[in-house]
Design a protein around this ligand. Structure first.
Ligand SMILES: [Zn+2]
Ligand SMILES: [Zn+2]
Length: 267
């Protein structure tokens, strides 16, 4: 099954000129799977990505959670996918503790947005998914609850990819991602901070909600995935810091990379 992975938004929290907030694409012959609707969803308007929107394929949009850097792009749907049908898959209430239909209804409505999801010129179907296995457009999709101040979901699409963002480092991610060709995992800090008393508080605060590059690499090695892509990079860190994160991760998992927005990988 030819599959192309594209990272549309490689940043977390605040979009920058270089890195929009979280959005990833898995392009399959029969379906387009989008993971999170951060500001990176806007990159689908770019010339080189427009062919991804060709008619005749189902479009499924999976949400990790409702923090705004992961859902801001829902407001862009009429501009990007007018006339199409989009099947929205938020995590079920058993994962987040909150009713997904109620939350999405509250998030996208007047006066925050000119229309509600139901009134958009895009046909939106909401199909929440709980933990376990599901079949979506003929592909096995799995979800699991992660550790985040507002719990998030990790997603797995067959043996192709696992998308795990906005989560503290979680040993169970290794089992969930076992043998996948690609693990897309957040990395908010390097991780070296935890070994220095002067910076240890940075790690302690980050680890309540997020993972370090070193922790993500350890999970990738344990899961024996094919490749690791670090995502949800901090807008508060320099390019040099991100390069150092990458080197640190590659020490324990050499097949680690950081991608630019719009970059693609064949799986
Ligand atoms: Zn985030
Ligand atoms: Zn979050």
């Amino acid at each position: 099954m030819p599959a192309i992975f594209s990272l549309l938004g490689s940043g977390g929290w605040i979009p920058t000129a270089r890195r929009e907030t979280t959005c990833a694409l898995l392009s399959l012959p029969e379906a387009l799977f989008i993971f999170d609707a951060g500001t990176g969803l806007s990159r689908l308007l770019e010339e080189k990505l427009r062919p991804e929107l060709r008619a005749g394929r189902e479009i499924h949009l999976f949400l990790s959670h409702y923090h705004l850097d992961h859902v801001a792009g829902l407001a862009y749907l009429p501009g990007i996918l007018k006339g199409r049908t989009v099947c929205l898959h938020p995590p079920a209430a058993e994962i987040t503790g909150a009713d997904p239909v109620e939350i999405l209804g509250a998030l996208v409505r007047k006066p925050f947005n000119p229309t509600s999801l139901a009134d958009m010129p895009v046909e939106i179907k909401i199909e929440p998914l709980g933990e376990g296995r599901h079949e979506i457009a003929g592909v096995e999709i799995q979800a699991r609850r992660q550790i985040h101040p507002d719990p998030s979901a990790a997603w797995r699409a067959a043996d192709l990819m696992v998308f795990a963002t906005d989560t503290a480092a979680d040993e169970e991610t290794a089992a969930f991602a076992r043998g996948a060709r690609l693990l897309v995992h957040e990395a908010w800090i390097d991780g070296k901070e935890e070994n220095d008393p002067a910076t240890e508080h940075i790690a302690r605060e980050a680890y309540i909600a997020h993972t370090s590059a070193r922790q993500a690499a350890a999970l990738a090695a344990k899961a024996e995935v094919g490749q690791l892509v670090l995502c949800h990079l901090s807008p508060l860190r320099s390019d040099a810091y991100h390069s150092q994160m990458l080197l640190a991760a590659q020490e324990s998992f050499p097949a680690t990379r950081i991608m630019e927005d719009g970059e693609a990988l064949e799986l």
